[in-house]
Write a protein that binds this ligand. Structure first.
Ligand SMILES: [Zn+2]
Length: 106
């Protein structure tokens, strides 16, 4: 099943990263990299993210390549591992510290 993450759930009232447990920090850094890559390449249909898949396959970390894109209909960011097809959707990323769209051009 596709994992849907509201990335703002990780942030405090000032939209900053609070002191999180290590596992949550690792997940947040994974998701943040996906948002950054997708927003830097906002006008492209799909982009490769500079992180490796975190899924466990046969007792080992997958480490496959991750692709990300932005859904035109709801502006959520989708991602998928090219190896194990682990996937997810990130919502509520607009205006977070990972939103790297160039506002000057819009
Ligand atoms: Zn994978």
């Amino acid at each position: 099943m596709t994992m849907v993450t509201n990335i703002r759930h990780f942030l405090d009232e000032e939209d900053e990263i609070p002191d999180l447990p290590l596992e949550a920090k690792a997940l947040l850094s994974f998701l943040g990299s996906i948002v950054e890559a997708a927003t830097i390449a906002y006008d492209r249909p799909v982009t490769l993210v500079d992180v490796k898949c975190r899924a466990t396959v046969d007792g080992k970390t997958c480490l496959g390549e991750i692709e990300a894109w932005v859904y035109a209909e709801d502006n959520n960011i989708g991602w998928e591992c090219l190896e194990c097809e682990d996937d997810g959707i990130i919502s509520e990323w607009v205006g977070t510290i990972w939103d790297r769209r160039d506002y000057v051009c819009h």
